[in-house]
Write a protein that binds this ligand. Structure first.
Ligand code: ATR
Length: 282
């Protein structure tokens, strides 16, 4: 029986942990598959995907900077990819068509749930208004927080996102009309005097060791901080939160594992157990 082939495609890609994660998922679930890292030239994403598909590939994960190009390339989009405006998972169908999906948002919410973080009725702040934040807004709103504030260096981008997702803030549940989540977009200066239960950093500032300008008293004592980025050391944002009484200051490694598990499920119809990898990946 031939082995099914998958890959993560990006630029750069050598640092990616995805091959290790998916190889362990495959071993754990007894799936006959192989998963590699593929470097695509910045100007040749489309052909790189097509070449991989034509060589018999079954699916791909897509990472920086190609998630928008993957969105454009897909023949069909899942509702959550449509909402996210970006694709991180491609599924190659037997008829040659390509499905685009986005598992990043569900990955974040599952990781928060794994850590028993209560999102329902919480006051949540999300920092940043780029593609990474857009991708997680719908799954966050689906947990029915009391409020979701998006703060960004360029306030207009945050206001635009709040506007784009306003309809999800007034969802009606099957049982009853639930309390609408308030969604608001602003600049960092507007955060003075506000306090949040959960703060999520979705800016790329962490990658350069920087922090957005945050007021001192922003996190509820015992609140939760989550950095969607990760590294070998705690990020600047994790350290900021630890120094201000956070009960939990998490990095994005768990989100990476959970989005990978969801992609794996889309391809193989089997849900891997992320628990074992949480320890071995550290
Ligand atoms: P991504 O797809 O990773 O979200 P992006 O669309 O370039 O990438 O968005 C990066 C985000 O990080 C933006 O919200 C950006 O703020 P601006 O919209 O004002 O540019 C934010 N960001 C990057 N560096 C930052 C810094 N040093 N301080 C604060 N915010 C920063």
């Amino acid at each position: 029986m031939s082995i099914d082939h998958y890959a993560v495609i990006g630029n750069p890609i050598s640092h990616s942990k995805s091959p290790r994660i998916h190889t362990q998922f495959a071993a754990q679930t007894g799936q006959n598959m192989r998963y590699d890292a593929l470097l695509a030239p910045l100007d040749d994403f489309y052909q790189s995907v097509k070449d991989f598909q034509n060589a018999g590939g079954r699916g791909m994960n897509v990472t920086v900077p190609f998630k928008l190009e993957a969105y454009a390339l897909a023949d069909r989009l899942s509702p959550r990819a449509e909402r996210a405006g970006a694709v991180n998972t491609l599924v190659f169908q037997a008829d040659g068509s390509i499905e685009g999906d986005n598992t990043d948002g569900v990955g974040l919410v599952r990781d928060l749930q794994y850590h028993d973080v209560t999102l329902k009725d919480a006051n949540i702040l999300i920092l940043g208004a780029g593609g990474a934040v857009r991708g997680v807004l719908a799954p966050l709103l689906a947990t029915h927080p009391a409020s979701l504030v998006i703060a960004n260096r360029t306030a207009e981008r945050a206001q635009q996102l709040a506007h784009d997702f306003a309809d999800l803030g007034t969802q009606v549940s099957s049982q009853a009309i639930s309390q609408a989540s308030q969604i608001h977009g602003c600049g960092y200066d507007e955060l003075n005097g506000k306090i949040f239960d959960v703060i999520i950093n979705g800016t790329s500032a962490s990658l350069g060791g920087e922090l957005p300008p945050l007021p001192e008293k922003l996190l509820q004592p015992g609140g939760v901080a989550y950095d969607m980025a990760y590294g070998n050391e705690p990020t600047a944002f994790q350290r900021w939160a630890q120094a201000r009484g956070a009960s939990l200051a998490l990095d994005g490694l768990g989100m990476l594992l959970e989005q990978a598990a969801e992609s794996f499920y889309l391809w193989r119809g089997v849900r891997p157990d992320t628990q074992a990898l949480r320890i071995s990946m550290r």
